[in-house]
Design a protein around this ligand. Structure first.
Ligand code: AKB
Length: 316
């Protein structure tokens, strides 16, 4: 029986992962944690939930010991655009939280997952079909923490035999919890604005391609990797994965098929545009397919249909 602790459980990925893992492994087996408590009506409170600051290593260790946790999923981190506004804070939270979580995993011999990102690549990385193993010289503080995190997870595996695993997530798109502070967030915002206003002003410019993935595929990927036979994992941490690559024009055109009057305009944000320009157009994820059978179900058309259907219900 699994006993899972999730940090950053109130975030875009954490909120959906917590409920998905509870459905799979049992409601009481998945302990959601975050720096604050969710609203009383939140689904996250349908199972165990604890307030935990990832910078407090002692509290994390005590919780893992008390709850007999055997798997840590460490999600708490600042995303790319927020990180760029306060680089030192980003370093402290992203690296401080990660090293604390890895130390706890080492001490209590737990399995460990943490996400890296397409942000771990930089302007000198090949932009098309970006290989699994390639140049990683990111120019954002977020990217610096992601590359360092990949290396640290590799280190804890080979030095201390911690069962660390991870993927490089592309932009994640979902309808449950909005993302906060990322560069790829436009691809979520556009659906909300399409339904609420019939128009969207994009802060990312035309022709800027980035990898993306619909949330159900991201959740399945985490489960598949965590349950994969360790003997088959060559890369272990930081597997490239993706489901689609598009630019703002393509997602707008897809939305128009459902909302014919939808219009798109541009007001490019130089900071987020520079981040996007330094990231790959599309990554190669053949290692994830070969080593643990990664697959994605949703393309742009299927995702758009499902997003609009669910957001129509949510927004009323
Ligand atoms: C961001 O935009 O910062 C994240 C990511 C791709 O890591 N969504």
């Amino acid at each position: 029986m699994k006993r899972i602790l999730i940090t950053g459980a109130m975030g875009q990925l954490g909120s959906e992962l917590t409920t998905t893992l509870r459905a799979r492994y049992g409601n009481d087996q998945v302990i959601g944690t975050d720096i604050r408590r969710p609203e009383e009506t939140s689904e996250l409170l349908s199972g165990p939930f604890e307030i935990l600051n990832v910078l407090d290593a002692k509290a994390m260790g005590e919780l893992v010991k008390k709850e007999k946790v055997d798997t840590i999923i460490h999600l708490a981190a600042l995303l790319s655009a927020t990180a760029e506004k306060n680089p030192l804070l980003a370093w402290n939270i992203n690296m401080g939280g990660l090293v604390n979580a890895l130390e706890v995993a080492r001490e209590f011999n737990t399995q460990f997952f943490t996400p890296s990102s397409i942000g771990a690549f930089g302007p000198t990385t090949p932009k098309k079909d970006t290989p699994q193993d390639t140049i990683q010289r990111p120019t954002t503080i977020y990217g610096v923490t992601k590359v360092s995190g990949e290396l640290l997870c590799d280190y804890y595996h080979h030095r201390f035999q911690v069962d660390t695993r991870g993927v490089r997530f592309p932009g994640l798109i979902g309808h449950v919890t909005p993302p906060g502070g990322g560069t790829t967030d436009y691809a979520v915002d556009i659906y909300y604005d399409a339904l609420k206003k019939g128009s969207y002003t994009s802060y990312i410019g035309k022709g800027t391609f980035m990898d993306m993935m619909y949330m159900p595929d991201a959740l399945n990927a985490i489960i598949a990797l965590m349950e994969a036979d360790p003997a088959k994992l060559i890369h272990r941490n930081a597997f490239n994965i993706s489901a689609m690559s598009f630019d703002p024009e393509m997602i707008a055109a897809e939305i128009k098929k459902h909302i014919p009057g939808f219009t798109m305009s541009y007001d490019v944000d130089p900071v987020r545009q520079a981040i996007a320009d330094a990231w790959p157009d599309n990554i190669d994820y053949s290692a994830a397919i070969a080593e643990w059978g990664f697959k994605a179900e949703y393309d742009l058309a299927a995702m758009t249909e499902d997003m609009l259907k669910n957001l129509r219900i949510k927004l009323g």
